[in-house]
Design a protein around this ligand. Structure first.
Ligand code: TRP
Length: 369
């Protein structure tokens, strides 16, 4: 049976909180670019509520609340429901069936080696408390997500590369056993290193809600200012303006690397033509942290103002947002159901798609008599 040949993108997020600048720099901005590139036949964006439940089984309310937050974040950054299909994972039952079949193709030893899951197990304290089986197996469910949409390209952060690797192994094993059925996906990771992982405002490796070091896309200008002026790390050795400053590990410059362009200099800081010139002056001494932070706030607001405006508009029309999500999910259901049908046919467990097995069973009984 033929498989899709078009260029198909799947991306997804766990709805465990509002999306922040780390998501924007690492993923959302690029999704909009890919959407606008016109190079892809289909783009699916999934809210992975089932995956979020694998470590939030006792808190389904949190997941339910954050579905709307995440959809609003998508729409605010410019995801266009006419061009990208937004859907909800739990309403796609084919994904559950596929997961169950794929679990037979993966050993526990292989799952135990997944470095991302390993570190998440540590972070969540599952090593001591006990590890939920669903969480342990979520890379397999993610393989179901990816293959159900026949995704050829999966734009992800670096931490997701092990999931793509496992998905590819599952695809290859499935196709070897059952015949060519599943599409082999490819990961696409950000080119720019600072976009791959934006640190928290405190310089910690990642933005994390529990650390309070995030700037959310829905934060007010006042909160953004407070996070930067009050919490953002600069260079601890840069005590007086005239002291030489360091760029390395200086979060203000890490953020500028990720967000500013030459046009921002022309508009907000015409003393310099570009970030290189600004960095040079900072390292030489004579450029104060206050000036750098003020510029960074202007740069970030340049990104955040249109996002906030769109969000305000959508927040007033949750009825329409609901309809978008419902229609997107219905469309995704058709696609994923079709893949499941193909898979069950390949596995020869499609007993009820027609009555052909009746003849088969009759022959079987005839020859065995
Ligand atoms: N694991 C991903 C994350 O935490 C979310 C995700 C679920 C995903 N299913 C996916 C990403 C399928 C890409 C493709 O960010």
């Amino acid at each position: 049976m033929s498989t899709e040949t078009g260029k198909i993108i799947l991306t997804a997020d766990r709805p465990t909180g509002r999306l922040h600048l780390g998501h924007y720099a690492g993923s959302l901005k690029r999704r909009v670019e890919l959407q606008e590139s016109g190079k892809y036949d289909r783009i699916y964006i999934m809210i992975a509520d089932d995956q979020a439940l694998t470590d939030n089984a006792d808190n389904p309310g949190k997941i339910r609340d954050n579905i709307i937050n995440v959809v609003l974040d998508y729409l605010s950054v410019g995801i266009d429901p006419l061009k990208s299909t937004i859907c909800v994972q739990s309403a796609l039952p084919a994904l559950h069936s596929l997961t169950f079949y794929y679990l037979n193709l993966v050993t526990t030893a292989r799952l135990s080696r997944n470095p991302t899951v390993k570190s998440e197990i540590q972070m969540r304290g599952f090593a001591d408390e006990g590890l939920p089986t669903g969480f342990f197996c979520y890379p397999v469910s993610q393989a179901a997500d990816i293959t159900a949409f026949d995704a050829t390209v999966v734009p992800v952060g670096e931490d997701q590369l092990p999931m793509l690797e496992q998905t590819r192994e599952i695809v290859e094993k499935f196709n070897r056993i059952y015949g060519q059925t599943l599409v082999l996906p490819q990961a696409m990771i950000p080119e720019n290193a600072t976009q791959r992982r934006l640190p928290g405002v405190d310089g910690k490796a990642k933005m994390s809600k529990s650390l309070g070091n995030c700037i959310y896309l829905s934060d007010s200008p006042k909160t953004v200012k407070q996070q930067i002026n009050g919490k953002m790390f600069t260079d601890p050795q840069h005590l007086r303006i005239e002291d030489p400053g360091h760029i390395e590990g200086n979060v203000v410059f890490t953020y500028l690397d990720a967000f500013c362009n030459n046009d921002h200099f022309a508009r907000f800081l015409p003393d310099y033509n570009n970030l290189e010139e600004m960095k040079e002056h900072y390292m030489l001494g004579g450029l104060g942290d206050g000036t750098c932070k003020k510029f960074l706030i202007q740069v970030l607001e340049d990104t955040l103002v249109p996002i906030r405006e769109k969000r305000m508009k959508w927040e007033k029309d949750i009825d329409t947002v609901y309809d978008i999500l419902k229609a997107g999910t219905a469309k995704a259901r058709e696609v994923t159901d079709a893949t499941l049908e193909r898979v069950e046919h390949a596995m020869r467990i499609d007993y009820f798609s027609d009555r052909s097995v009746v003849g088969e069973w009759q022959n079987l009984l005839k020859t065995s008599h």
